[in-house]
Design a protein around this ligand. Structure first.
Ligand code: BV8
Ligand code: ZN
Length: 257
């Protein structure tokens, strides 16, 4: 099939879709300047392996190092702005009868671009809670400065029980929120199209979601400049950065009419 014909076929599939799932990973925020998980973390954290820092064990062993890392990441997100990919996803939701946004990211750039209530599989940098009694906590106002000494910062303590406040994210080895997980697999089983954007498709159980959609008969589209384990399954592989590709895709599919 010529590239043109497959392109035509592709935009027709999107235009006819009743339910599209958009499934995002760190790559969708890369063009907002937020380092992805697999990029060597920049600057202060370049000699740390994220999967060694993003664990309850690391927080128990060195709460100040782990809290400082998350405050540094939260600061980067607060100083960032949503990019054209986040915005195109929010616009797409206005054209599609039903769009379910599922994100693995812990930043708030989808919401700040206008997407409503994304399903959050791995929590949020903006929902700290007590590591002992689990009560929600609030961050101090304003943007945290570069964590003291560039890497350590004492976590606040819970006003109720004195426990250490932890980031509201799902760490490696922790269970994902049950509701988010079941809603995500339900959407994957019932959608016409699943668009996977900016994820290395390595972290489980999230990485299972596009496979579930394909098994249920959905058309799977991948947007990623690099190869991933999803390559052999995706019906359409768009080898491009999402902030470049998505606005053009939305314009071409829905903009003209
Ligand atoms: C669980 C929150 C069980 C924290 C995250 C084998 C050995 C050891 C462990 C396991 C194993 N098999 C499975 C596991 C379990 C583990 C896992 O999957 N490990 C992997 C590494 C093998 N999973 C877990 O531990 C999960 N929990 O299994 O619990 C359980 C059950 C019941 C009861 C108790 C326990 C929990 C996983 C969640 C971990 N938390 N985040 C934080 O953020 O600090 S995961 C973290 O990595 C991110 O949230 C993200 O979701 C995830 C994956 O990263 P991606 O989003 O894909 O980003 P990545 O950097 O990898 O890739 C970016 C992509 O973007 C690249 O492909 C790149 O090419 C592309 N890109 C770059 N620029 C652009 C772009 N794309 C488009 N445009 C661009 N411009
Ligand atoms: Zn507490």
């Amino acid at each position: 099939m010529s590239l043109r014909a497959s392109h035509q076929q592709f935009t027709n599939i999107l235009r006819r879709a009743k339910h599209i799932v958009v499934f995002t990973g760190a790559g969708v925020s890369a063009e907002s300047g937020i380092p992805t998980f697999r990029d060597a973390l920049t600057g202060l954290w370049s000699h740390f392996d994220p999967s060694q820092l993003a664990t309850a064990d690391a927080f128990r062993r060195d709460p100040e190092l782990v809290w400082g890392w998350y405050e540094w990441r939260r600061m980067k997100v607060m100083r960032a702005v949503p990019n054209a990919a986040h915005e195109a996803i929010a616009v797409m939701a206005q054209w599609v009868p039903k769009l379910t946004l599922i994100t693995q990211n812990v930043d708030d750039l989808h919401e700040r671009a206008g997407s409503e209530a994304p399903i959050r599989l791995h929590g949020s940098l903006f929902a700290p809670r007590c590591s002992a009694c689990q009560r929600p906590a609030v961050h101090l106002e304003g943007i945290p400065g570069e964590p003291e000494g560039g890497r350590r910062m004492a976590p606040p303590t819970c006003s109720h029980c004195g426990g250490l406040i932890r980031p509201g994210v799902v760490w490696f080895g922790e269970a994902l929120p049950e509701a988010a997980l079941s809603q995500s697999f339900e959407a994957a089983r019932n959608c016409d199209v699943l668009i996977s954007i900016g994820t290395s498709s390595l972290v489980q159980p999230a990485a299972e979601i596009p496979f579930t959609a394909a098994q249920a008969g959905a058309t799977v589209v991948q947007v990623n400049p690099n190869p991933t384990p999803l390559d052999h399954l995706a019906h359409f592989n768009m080898r491009a950065p999402s902030a470049q590709l998505l606005p053009a895709l939305v314009e071409e599919t829905w903009g003209g009419n």
